[in-house]
Structure formats: structure tokens, C-alpha cells
Design a protein around this ligand. Structure first.
Ligand code: ACO
Length: 324
């Protein structure tokens, strides 16, 4: 028994912030941001919250799957940027969507969070505890970004993506292999304090403001070394070669990272779709948002072989192989 994705949904805040608008507030340029990252614009939450975006994405995923909120047995929300410590985002989503029969909880594994949540859903469903799950990545990173720090504020955006995943026993379909990993020893390279915890000294995490601090080049090196190895291992588990995969749906952090991973795998970049041009890096929402765009535009055909892979703060990373 494995799981297949039978519906997808996405939600983006109404407000769009372009690179040109950012030029007016920080010492940067549209040319620098596009050339170094591939990002052209991002969506920024105003009235939206992590939970309201997540709930909108879930409603769309349920509608795409042709299911009702009452059918949902598990809600898993991956996020790093909840406005609320309690209740968790997944319980807020349950309340907003009316998925009254579900168990609901959050997972924090930063940009790899959606994959960690999908693996968790897979484990619950494969073991027969639940038959389906809403798996969500949702972020309002704009509230934990220092808008005076040009090395981070140009990168991130807000949004949510959701999938409805259900038990699948059709031979060869659904998730074929999955892999996760973490390297907590290198967690210092990407850190952010909780907003209420700015007074206390912490040996490893010196920044006292509640904003994202990142050693971009260390994260970059980590991604381009770890992700190709992780993908090769998961392909081996699935008995496939890199050239067998139709689409690689990677975390949308930087177009140069995606290009480098394609090169290391020896696969044409055409098979690495991206949407970071108009949404930026939405952390745990990036993979399900892109998946939804591709699904809704008919670019993922039934039976297509996909690799999903992400990496982020923690440090965390993961990949999975699935047949759509
Ligand atoms: N505009 C203009 N100049 C800038 C900007 C900016 N926005 N930001 C940095 N610079 C300058 C730097 O100050 C530096 O100037 P200097 O040479 O005078 O010192 C120069 O540009 C080059 O800076 P680098 O940091 O070397 O630029 P690089 O090409 O490495 O790109 C980037 C930086 C985009 C952050 C890249 O390292 C990257 O993408 N890293 C990975 C980030 C990532 O993937 N994060 C994902 C996880 S996120 C999560 O888990 C929440």
C-alpha cells in the first residue's frame, strides 16, 4: 500500500511585490536579483494568515479531488512561520474547512517540510491508520524577514500549497520511494528566533531579533551537494534512472541551484519546471504550489514519473519518486 495525490490546490496573497518596488526600499536591483536568484516578484500577505492561506489551498485540493471536508481523516501542515504557537495551523485549517473528522497537527522542517509531511501521511496511510490526508505547506515568511537585510528580504514570498493524498494499491502508481535526512550540526547557517524569545542569550544562535539570518553560500553549497545524492539514492530505491523521470519538482530557492542539480544529474533543464520568477522562495509551500500549477495547467499527465525534492533550515532535505 502506498499513497497517490488525487487533488491539488494553491493560494497566494493578493499583493505582489516586484523587484523594481524593492529597489526603492533596499540597496538592490532587479538585475542582481534576477541574475543571482531567478526571482522577479513575490506575493506578500496583508490580511491573509498562514492558516487562511492553508485553508484556501485545502478547499481547492478537496474540490480538485472531488471530496468533501468531512471525508478528511488527517491534516498535516508544514510551516515555519505561524503567527500562532497555539493552536497549531492544522487545527485552524480544520476549523476553517469543516474537516471535523480529521486528526490535525503541524510539522516544522523548513523548506523540506512538505516532503516530511508527505512521508508522514504515507506512513500513516500505508500502515492502515488513516485512508487519506490533506498535506499542506504554508508560509507567511514576510513577517519573519528583516526588510532592511537585502541578503534575505529579496528571496522570500508568502503562499500555501496543498494536496489530497489517499491510499493507492494500483500496481506501480503513487509514491514509489521516499528519503529524508537532517544535519542539525549545521543548523546555525539558517536561523530565526521565536518572536517572544529575544532576551535570552544562546551560544549557538546569537541573533536576538526575530528575523531570518542565513549564510546563503553555505546553504547553496549544501543544496547542490546533498540534493543530487539524495535524488540518486531515491531513484535507486525505485529502480529508476535520472533520465526516466519526466519532471523534477524541486524546492524553489534559486534558479542557479536548480540548474546545478540538473547538471549534476545529467538531465536536461527542461525537465525542471519552476515558478520562482513570480512567487520567490515560499519555503514549505514551494513544492505543493508548483505541483498545483503544473497539475492545473495539464502539464502532469496520468502515469508521469515525478521526483519531488527539497532542502532547507535544520538543515533538512528529502526526495520522493512518484507515478502520477
Ligand atoms: N542586491 C544586491 N547585492 C546583494 C544582494 C542584493 N539583494 N544581496 C547580497 N548582495 C551582494 C553581497 O553583499 C555581495 O557583495 P560583496 O561582493 O561586495 O560582498 C555580493 O552581492 C555577492 O553576495 P553573495 O552572497 O556571494 O551572492 P550569491 O551569488 O551567493 O547569492 C544567495 C546569494 C542568492 C542568497 C545565494 O547564496 C543563495 O541562493 N543561497 C541559497 C539560499 C537558499 O536556498 N535558501 C533555502 C532555504 S530557505 C529556508 O529553509 C527558510
Amino acid at each position: 500500500m502506498t499513497i497517490r495525490i488525487s487533488g491539488t490546490g494553491g493560494a497566494l496573497p493578493d499583493k505582489i511585490l516586484t523587484n523594481s518596488e524593492l529597489e526603492k526600499t533596499v540597496d538592490t536591483s532587479d538585475a542582481w536579483i534576477r541574475e543571482r536568484t531567478g526571482i522577479g516578484a513575490r506575493h506578500i500577505a496583508q490580511n491573509e494568515t498562514v492558516a487562511s492561506l492553508a485553508a484556501e489551498a485545502c478547499r481547492k485540493a478537496l474540490s480538485d479531488a472531488g471530496r468533501n471536508a468531512e471525508d478528511v481523516e488527517l491534516i498535516l501542515v508544514a510551516s515555519t512561520s505561524s503567527e500562532m504557537l497555539l493552536p497549531c495551523i492544522a487545527c485552524q485549517v480544520q476549523s476553517e474547512t469543516g474537516a471535523v473528522n480529521a486528526a490535525a497537527f503541524d510539522i516544522n522542517a523548513a523548506c523540506a517540510g512538505f516532503l516530511f509531511a508527505l512521508q508522514t501521511a504515507n506512513a500513516y496511510i500505508a500502515s492502515g491508520i488513516y485512508r487519506n490526508a490533506l498535506v499542506v505547506g504554508a508560509e507567511v515568511l514576510s513577517r519573519i524577514v528583516d526588510w532592511k537585510d537585502r541578503s534575505t528580504c529579496v528571496l522570500f514570498g508568502d503562499g500555501a500549497g496543498a494536496v489530497f493524498a489517499e491510499a493507492c494499491d494500483e500496481e506501480g502508481m503513487g509514491i514509489r520511494a521516499m528519503l529524508q535526512g537532517s544535519d542539525g550540526r549545521r543548523g546555525v547557517v539558517l536561523q530565526c528566533r521565536a518572536g517572544h524569545y529575544t532576551e535570552t542569550d544562546h551560544e549557538l544562535f546569537p541573533y536576538k531579533d526575530p528575523f531570518i539570518h542565513m549564510d546563503g553560500s553555505e546553504v547553496y553549497k549544501f543544496a547542490v551537494r546533498t540534493i543530487p545524492e539524495c535524488i540518486e539514492q531515491v531513484l535507486e530505491q525505485a529502480g529508476l534512472k535520472a533520465c526516466d523521470i519526466d519532471l523534477y519538482i524541486l524546492h524553489q530557492a534559486n534558479i542557479r541551484i536548480i540548474g546545478s542539480i540538473a547538471k549534476r544529474l545529467g538531465v536536461d533543464e527542461d525537465r525542471f519546471p519552476h515558478n520562482l520568477e513570480h512567487v520567490g522562495n515560499t519555503s514549505s509551500a514551494a513544492i505543493p504550489l508548483l505541483l498545483d500549477e503544473l497539475n492545473k495547467s495539464g502539464k502532469i499527465k496520468r502515469g508521469a514519473k515525478l521526483v519531488l525534492s527539497g532542502f532547507g533550515a535544520g538543515l533538512t532535505y528529502g526526495a520522493c519518486v512518484m507515478r502520477w
